[in-house]
Design a protein around this ligand. Structure first.
Ligand SMILES: Cc1cc2nc3c(=O)[nH]c(=O)nc-3n(C[C@H](O)[C@H](O)[C@H](O)COP(=O)(O)O)c2cc1C
Length: 572
């Protein structure tokens, strides 16, 4: 028992701590009691906390009717409360090549049909049965859901367990079969696997000098990457196409959540081939432009802009072919068709007046801590460019949208010093409709894996819930596991009235202002016009009304947030 004075001090001390911090303090104090020595306890506990944060733990689920999913989400929440971050993934979304890199891999999977895998997990099930893999570093365990009234009780779980063992994986807890009342068995299984994870030392990180860190860029550092995944996030029936693209490299990529990736697009092969056949030029002829010496084909494919030419370029073209050409911006192919060149030499001159292909920037949607440092993700909307300058921007989005898996592309990282997460205990408010979601996927992944205690609130909007809720499963998982404390959605075409994120902000004005006034950072990402302007006006309105301020004071308040780095925008 504490005396009155000490109790008062204790209450003063814990005032303002979050629930997670109190849970941590609870564990910390128990550690002191158990170890009987303050300093030793401090060391041990911090070390242990660190251990689980540094391990890569995936909890995947395969479900048909939702039981395995519900259970896996509950288990992930339990893990989080114990300070152990697990990456929760639906097997229908699981990237099969990731299996080779898993460290701790826990599977919750049901059996369906007559001993068959659940439909969403069939791709994974077939993959591990049709391939012979070597997984000597994998530490795994399977939780099988089933119903003992079926003759093939928990057959899929048994099959998965047997295959992973066959691949050389280490079974860290025996296969746990569960009947329809699965809760208790599942909890015991999870306790067992977590206790194993916690008692394993983490591999000590190599000293910096031994790591293969990408060289500090002198100028821009270009990476060669291979496309690992390229999927359209919108469902059938959507007006949009938004691609989630994952790129893998052989070397670590120097980037952080909040950065952008610069992609150098390539011109379409059919167009390049048409230009070559139309001009009759030898595709292998080497040409020296002011910047580079390369073959005609390489220049046209990877270096020179042939789309939506500048009016100054069109003027130069007109001078070469000695024709009057209106200065409307058109593609090179159109010019060549309408105002043909006379010979190869003329075309060589044309090649020398073309501008280089300019890179396109996209917000990074991954985090090295969560997705590995040799991987980078981004999100590309095809219609992102249609509104303003269709042809100029169509090149890169079309190029990326049709980029097949395994194709190679060049990219660089553009650092954004300002659009960065605050310290772990701070709250954040993220407003990112459409592709504005990209940096927030990255923020959430980082906060999830690092166990950041600050609260996270996300406002997302698109046209329709059923077809356009980008990264829906991931966001729902974040809600279930408590990483996302709040999510507010606005689907503009689902109801009679058009609802946008700013309308949701107004509905939550009181709470929103409280978060901001208590120190939360506010981020806006996505279209500059009209979205970011509408959102900013709404923010001012909320500050004015909830903070009982004049409009000038509200403006000053927002300015102050900017100065403190608590109001950041990534808009385009
Ligand atoms: C059509 C159907 C077929 C099933 N077949 C089997 C079976 O062969 N073996 C088994 O152990 N359980 C079987 N089950 C039971 C499920 O595995 C069990 O209900 C489980 O909790 C479902 O988990 P899920 O919601 O994650 O898919 C079957 C269930 C249904 C609806």
């Amino acid at each position: 028992m504490l005396g009155e004075e000490r109790l008062k001090k204790f209450h003063e001390f814990i005032e303002g701590f979050s629930k997670e911090e109190l849970i941590w303090i609870n564990g910390y104090l128990s550690g002191i009691v158990i170890n009987g020595k303050k300093n030793g306890a401090t060391h041990n506990i911090e070390h242990k906390h660190h251990i689980s944060l540094n391990k890569r733990i995936s909890l995947v689920f395969g479900t048909e009717t939702g039981n395995s999913k519900k259970l896996a989400a509950q288990l992930a929440t339990i893990g989080k409360k114990k300070g152990i971050n697990v990456k929760l993934v639906d097997l229908s979304q699981y990237r099969l090549s990731d299996l080779l890199n898993e460290e701790y891999f826990f599977i919750v999977i049901s059996t369906q049909g007559e001993g068959e895998p659940p439909a969403p997990a069939k791709k994974f099930y077939d993959y591990i049965h049709e391939n012979d893999l070597r997984l000597p570093d994998l530490k795994f365990s399977v939780l099988a859901l089933g119903d003992s009234s079926y003759p093939m009780f928990c057959k899929t779980g048994e099959d998965v367990d047997a295959r992973l063992f066959h691949f050389g994986g280490k079974r860290i807890a025996t296969l746990q079969k569960c009947d329809v009342d699965y809760e208790d068995d599942a909890n015991r299984w999870f306790e067992a696997v977590l206790s194993y994870v916690n008692n394993q030392p983490v591999e000590s990180p190599k000293p910096i000098s031994e790591q293969t860190v990408a060289k500090k860029p002198s100028g821009k550092k270009y990476y060669k990457g291979t496309v690992l995944t390229n999927i359209n996030l919108n469902d059938h029936g959507s007006n949009k196409r938004t691609y989630h693209i994952e790129i893998g490299t052989d070397e670590p990529i120097d980037y952080e959540p909040g950065d952008t990736i610069g992609i150098i697009p390539q011109n379409r092969k059919e167009v390049v081939d048409k230009i070559i056949s139309l001009t009759g030029i030898n595709a292998d002829r080497i040409i020296q432009t002011s910047k580079i010496s390369a073959t005609v084909k390489e220049l046209l494919t990877s270096h020179l802009n042939i789309c939506y030419l500048l009016t100054s370029t069109i003027k130069k073209y007109a001078a070469i072919v000695e024709k009057e050409i209106p200065d409307n911006r058109v593609d090179l192919l159109e010019l060549l068709q309408n105002y043909p060149i006379n010979n190869e030499e003329q075309f060589e001159k044309v090649l020398k007046i073309l501008m280089p292909i300019s890179p396109r920037l996209y917000s990074v949607s991954s985090a090295p801590s969560a997705h590995g440092e040799k991987e980078i993700h981004f999100t590309v909307a095809i219609n992102r460019f249609f509104k303003e300058q269709e042809q100029r921007f169509g090149l890169c989005s079309e190029f990326l949208g049709f980029l097949p898996v395994n194709s190679v592309l060049t990219f660089y990282v553009h650092k954004d010093k300002n659009f960065k997460l605050p310290t772990a205990e701070k709250d954040i408010i993220m407003i990112g409709p459409g592709t504005g979601v990209a940096p927030f996927r990255s923020f959430l992944a980082e906060r999830d894996i690092t166990g950041a205690t600050g609260r996270n609130w996300f406002f997302f909007g698109e046209q329709r819930f059923t077809t356009d809720f980008l990264y829906q499963t991931e966001m729902q998982n974040y809600v279930q596991t408590g990483v996302l404390n709040k999510i507010d959605l606005a689907f503009s075409r689902d109801g009679e009235e058009k609802i946008y994120v700013q309308h949701r902000m107004i509905q939550k004005a009181e709470e929103l202002y409280k978060w901001i006034d208590n120190g939360a950072s506010v981020y806006i990402s996505g279209k500059k016009d009209p979205m970011s302007r509408d959102v900013e006006n709404t923010l001012l309105q909320i500050i004015e009304q909830q903070g009982k301020k004049t409009s000038d004071e509200a403006y000053e308040y927002l300015e102050q947030l900017k100065k403190e780095g608590r109001y950041e925008k990534d808009v385009y």
